[in-house]
Design a protein around this ligand. Sequence first.
Ligand code: XLS
Ligand code: NI
Ligand code: NI
Length: 438
Amino acid sequence: MNKYFPDVEKQISYEGKDSNNPLAFKYYNKNQKVGGKTMGEHLRFSVAYWHTLMGNGSDIFGSPSFKREWHKANNPIDRAKETMEAAFEFFQKLGMDYYCFHDRDIAPEGETFSQSCKNLETLVEFAKALQKETGVKLLWGTANLFNSPIYSQGAATSPNAHVMAYAAAQVKNAIDATKELGGENYVFWGGREGYETLLNTDIKKEQEQMAQFLHMAVDYKKKTGFAGQFLIEPKPCEPMKHQYDSNVATTLYFLNEYDLSDYFKLNVEANHATLAGHSFEHELAVASAAGKLGSVDANRGDLLLGWDTDQFPTNIYSTTMAMMVILNQNGLGKGGLNFDAKLRRSSTDPTDLFYAHIGGMDSFAKGLLIAHKIIEDGALSNFIKERYSSFQSGIGAKIVAGQSGLEDLEKWVLNQDKPLLQSGRQEMLENIINSYIL
Ligand code: XLS
Ligand code: NI
Ligand code: NI
């Protein structure tokens, strides 16, 4: 396929860090072994269909600015098919193994619900053939439950039962589409599941609805034998003021509270972490500590802008910290690193999509190499182990074993001198990290 990206003639290749070819990888060398796995297996990169294929450069103040041959056909089905052809040409030229979509990205909404379902079926068939031809796979599918005006007061958490039912029917079809295409995961992102004002909202009722909605999805997954992993993607706000899955810890609590924990993992997005007032690595680490880090939406925000700018990741410090969490939990399993990221409105050419993804992939590849070395050398883990070593023997071991209560501890303390505190050595450790990065 060579139609929509004529400026990129052949597949992007790895040329090493001294190359000055802007259309080559400097660090991402797919088959290079890092520890026991190849870079490709570690990183499992994915293209986000909505930004990369559907993005047109418009924002709330401005009209479309991108030139896209695949957006030109008048008939919506023809346009969707051409967009998908462009997608697979892009995936192949980039050497990308995975992609992700919303139902309404790949197939246009019809006049009626049943027409929308038919459109989706048509495009799923089309995608299936292209996946077979190219070997590109679906990392995850999802339903767009935020664009249509009917969802303006929530989808699963709408005050209107008909709307909740409509969202459920849409999710059923999106799960079917994901299953048909061999999707390895299915994502729930609740952009409209939240509220604007307490004056018209029953929080408890809405959260119960959301739980019930997710239980219905779990039942359907069991019934149909869909083997993909269900993922929830937390975000604190935007488009709603308060979103129920506001960060990792809140989402973990919600899953436990409503007996959903066994069926879900989390899809952690960098820019959602920072919007929640956390760092990307904090959210990854909290999810990982609970055994629930399933996949990642790899992007970055801008700390000077208070919204989801969805920029391509370029910060090596951040990718290093992220890859340390991922390597320490032995990878993402079925998950991957999905570039939920978009070009700036002024980056108007299709070739800019290549520069953006190459930069993101190289940043994570470099982060992987650095994180692997830090872990292999025990540069942090030895220090951390030593820092908690007082729990390995004596009174510490007794506490861990649950063998002492408050009274025993008081008795023990009364016979001791004051505790001796050791330095946390933060600055020294920061220097160590820099010595690996620089
Ligand atoms: C929006 C979300 C969205 C999800 C998929 O902020 O990141 O794109 O990843 O619905
Ligand atoms: Ni996302
Ligand atoms: Ni986002």
